[in-house]
Design a protein around this ligand. Structure first.
Ligand SMILES: [Zn+2]
Length: 331
């Protein structure tokens, strides 16, 4: 009993070891005794096989067998059967050219309903596939006109006129423009450039001379401004305006006007003074004495209430100061 149990246990261990060995064989590679790593590089090259296996059987022709799915519906050109989109083939993929740097691939498939071959290529320019030979593509592109939309037209038109005479006319006009407008313009620009670049020394001399003169004037003005600011206690940073002849004339006119007004005021006061004395004299004798005073007065023909009031005040002032003569007695 004890011996049988031990035997079954050892059998279990043996089976486990066997499973372990057989499974671990899948993760390792068998290197034959005559394999030399330096000489053969890899096991594939040792066996003369491609890494991609049977799919690379035509790799010497640049063909790789790949799984290719039809991107659209087609009719086989040999058996005329309809083959639906999505049917998959073991296609011969081959690079046949470039569109700029993008490779163009060709897929050669064998019809599964007959033995005919058809070929489909990529079209990088229009980002699509095209049937090259052996089949017909079912045209299922979206057509806006058929579906109630608007047609898409080429609105840019042709760059060159189709009429040869018009083309000739255009070239003649261009020639005329070149000789009559562009060439003289370039020549005048060249002349101006030559003129300004001919004698840099004299140009520099002239410019520096003018700059010195302007600087002298500016210095003079700055000194005068500073003196003015100092006299009136103006801040140093205050920018004074330029005074010209117009400003001087205006200031002079203002001054003249002010003087005239002052003179006028003085003369009016002087004329008013005698009439005041007469008013005060007559008003002291009778109340209705304003009418005869008005006939004497030169400053106002029709005396108003404000005039008489002003006259009275002035008269009082004059009497108070005592500078005027005593009023004559009336009658
Ligand atoms: Zn076919």
């Amino acid at each position: 009993m004890q011996g049988a149990l031990l035997a079954s246990q050892s059998l279990c261990i043996l089976i486990f070891l066997f499973i372990l060995l057989t499974h671990s064989a899948g993760f390792n590679k068998y290197y034959p005794p005559d394999y030399e790593p330096d000489k053969h590089k890899s096991l594939n090259s040792y066996r003369g096989k491609h890494a991609l296996g049977d799919r690379a059987r035509k790799i010497d022709q640049g063909i790789l067998i790949t799984r290719f799915e039809l991107p659209f519906n087609i009719w086989c050109g040999t058996c005329d059967n309809h083959i639906g989109m999505g049917v998959r083939y073991n296609a011969e993929k081959k690079k046949i050219g470039n569109y700029y740097s993008t490779p163009i691939y060709s897929f050669r498939c064998k019809c599964h309903l007959c033995d005919g071959w058809f070929e489909i290529q990529t079209d990088p320019k229009n980002t699509r596939y095209v049937v090259v030979s052996g089949a017909r593509q079912k045209d299922e592109d979206w057509n806006p006109e058929e579906n109630g939309g608007f047609a898409v037209h080429d609105t840019e038109g042709k760059a060159t006129p189709a009429d040869p005479l018009a083309a000739l006319e255009k070239t003649t006009a261009a020639q005329t423009h070149l000789t009559q407008v562009q060439a003289p313009r370039i020549e005048s620009l060249q002349d101006a450039s030559d003129h300004y670049n001919a004698d840099p020394y004299s140009h520099s001399l002239r410019i520096r001379k003018r700059f010195r003169a302007e600087k002298k004037v500016a210095k003079e003005k700055e000194r005068a401004d500073d003196a003015l600011k100092g006299r009136y206690g103006l801040p140093e940073t205050l920018a004074l305006l330029e005074d010209g002849d117009a400003d001087a004339a205006k200031a002079k006119a203002e001054w003249e006007k002010g003087r005239q007004e002052l003179a006028l005021r003085d003369s009016r006061r002087r004329k008013l003074a005698p009439s005041i004395t007469s008013i005060t004299a007559s008003s002291s004798s009778s109340l209705g004495a304003s009418r005869p005073r008005a006939s004497h007065s030169s400053s106002a023909k029709k005396p108003s209430a404000s005039d008489s009031l002003r006259a009275r005040i002035l008269g009082n002032t004059a009497r108070a100061s005592g500078s005027l003569a005593r009023p004559r007695p009336a009658g």
